[in-house]
Design a protein around this ligand. Structure first.
Ligand code: FAD
Ligand code: SF4
Ligand code: SF4
Length: 473
């Protein structure tokens, strides 16, 4: 029976007071009954506007129809025709600006919970079905992928399904890119990413960790090793700082470093001794998803009070609405229209051995007001003269964006980048160097999981056409 409700079925979550002190997943997922009820809201529109909002063109009405009928494994098969990471996207995709923004149900009421249904289907599959061994026939061609984030994994998965022998080279000791070292456990459990990586391994993809392309091996050496094409999906992991005084005090982190220490060096567990802040007050500078993750992680690591310091207002805050709401419910203190001007630290000139020397003691900020719109149409924040004040903090986490690391560019001949360090590519993901393709954050700068996956998919198609066209010559 169609469900005429104007609202999505709510997502069950852990209580804010409880979850603020643990790293378990916040959102608990739909049950089978709730998933079927939500699927009943879908009108199965002929022109499928929702699909146009999905960068990997998942056949949304088709998979939702299967959920309606309780055929969850069939629904999974439909999703996996176009997406290699459904359990991930169902959790972290900014659905509200993508597929769900196009859903006709959103005209009068809330759109169908497409992301929540996708998550349900992927979790159902993972809980009920083991990995099936692959029956792909090898085509005898080899492709190398640099980086195991969503762009690299998608490119690798699509090529492996076509019979290519794909080797993924990853600089860190764990595969998954930002999905494992950036996005925290309470939003995306690491076991889910590991499961998706395992699925790729069953397709025959080799993943070599602890290999830094540009240091351990170069792109040129990969070609010497017999790879016929290389996909660069090395992300944008180089953190930006503000350039204000005091950024070298102890207790100032980039959000990337802070989250990596928590996620990969397991600072979030009781036992492992990873050097990271515990207790005291923390300020996170920035207003994106990364800032929300850093603030909520600091809270869970034991900070007494956590501030988000953002120079514009709530209206311009770029983080997902759901993440902002979750952060507020957990008690994060939003200091909007404020900007840091200096980080203050302890210095005892009489005793250079004083153990407190060099540690953060506070952050001087200035109040801001919104002026004329900038070139992107966002009102420019302007400092209010004489409004400086000091926030009492022990930790400062800078979350004001990242850029692509120049290592690969500097060690690969003929690879052109733009003024922001992004690799320049054609629509197909081809770089300025024949046989070398790129996609994801390494090209666009920091963006989204699904756009990185879309780029990996596009490049895989182009790489296949390139190698097959050489075969015909
Ligand atoms: P990455 O995921 O960055 O992966 C690149 C990989 O390449 C890394 O593993 C890196 O170690 C490796 N690498 C780098 N250089 C080399 C080298 N020289 N040799 C070998 N390997 C190398 N997006 C969303 O859609 N929703 C969210 O909720 C969201 N939250 C986020 C939260 C945080 C904290 C962060 C940091 C980002 C978030 N994003 C989110 C953005 C999203 O994760 C990225 O846009 C996406 O992961 C980019 O994918 P990628 O494959 O291009 O690169
Ligand atoms: Fe929507 Fe993302 Fe799923 Fe595409 S991958 S259908 S954009 S949630
Ligand atoms: Fe279903 Fe909405 Fe897509 Fe229509 S637009 S098919 S209602 S999800």
């Amino acid at each position: 029976m169609p469900n005429m409700s104007l609202n999505k079925n709510p997502m069950p979550t852990q209580e804010p007071q409880v979850r603020a002190h643990n790293f378990s997943e916040v959102a608990l997922g739909y049950t089978e009954d709730t998933a079927i009820d939500e699927a009943e809201r879908c009108l199965n529109c002929k022109n499928m506007p929702c699909v146009k909002g999905c960068p990997v063109s998942i056949h949304i009405p088709e998979f939702i129809s299967k959920v309606k009928q309780g055929e969850f494994e069939e629904a999974y098969k439909i999703i996996s025709q176009t997406s290699s990471l459904p359990a991930v996207c169902g959790r972290v995709c900014p659905q509200e600006t993508q597929c769900e923004s196009r859903c006709v149900k959103g005209v009068k009421g809330e759109p169908v919970g497409i992301g929540r249904l996708e998550r349900f289907v992927a979790d159902w599959h993972n809980a009920h079905t083991g990995n099936v061994s692959s029956d792909v026939v090898s085509n005898g061609h080899k492709v190398a992928v640099v980086g195991s984030g969503p762009s690299g994994l998608t490119c690798a998965g699509d090529l492996a399904k076509k019979g290519y022998k794909v080797t993924v080279y990853e600089a860190l000791h764990t595969a998954g890119g930002v999905l494992v070292y950036g996005i925290p456990e309470f939003r995306l459990p690491k076991s889910i990413v590991a499961k998706e990586v395992d699925t790729l391994k069953t397709l025959g993809v080799d993943i070599e960790t602890n290999v830094i392309i540009g240091k351990t091996l170069t792109v040129d050496e990969l070609f010497d090793m017999g790879f016929e094409a290389v996909f660069i999906g090395s992300g944008a992991g180089l953190p930006n700082f503000m350039g204000i005084p005091g950024e070298s005090y102890k207790g100032v982190y980039s959000a990337n470093e802070f989250l990596t220490r928590s996620n990969l060096m397991k600072a979030y567990l009781e036992e492992p001794e990873t050097p990271i802040m515990k207790g005291g007050n923390a300020a996170v500078v920035g207003g994106g998803n990364v800032a929300m993750d850093a603030a909520r992680t600091a809270l869970r690591l034991g900070a007494e009070h956590v501030y988000i310091v953002y120079r514009r207002s709530m209206e311009e805050l770029p983080a997902r609405k759901e993440e902002v709401e979750h952060a507020m419910e957990e008690g994060i203190d939003f200091r909007l229209l404020n900007n840091p001007v200096e980080i203050l630290g302890y210095e005892n000139p009489d005793d250079p051995h004083d153990p407190k020397n060099g540690f953060v003691t506070g952050m001087k900020c200035i109040r801001m007001e919104l002026g004329e719109p900038d070139e992107r149409g966002r009102r420019r924040p302007v400092p209010v003269e004489g409004s400086e004040f000091v926030l009492d903090v022990d930790t400062v986490i800078m979350s004001i964006g990242t850029s692509p690391n120049p290592l690969i560019k500097n060690t690969t001949s003929g690879l052109e980048v733009n003024e922001r360090g992004g690799i320049i590519v054609t629509e197909d993901g081809l770089t300025s160097r024949q046989g070398v393709y790129a996609g994801g954050d390494a090209v666009t700068g920091a963006a989204t999981v699904i756009s990185a996956m879309g780029a990996g998919k596009t490049a895989a198609k182009a790489i296949d056409e390139y190698i097959m066209s050489k075969e015909k010559v």
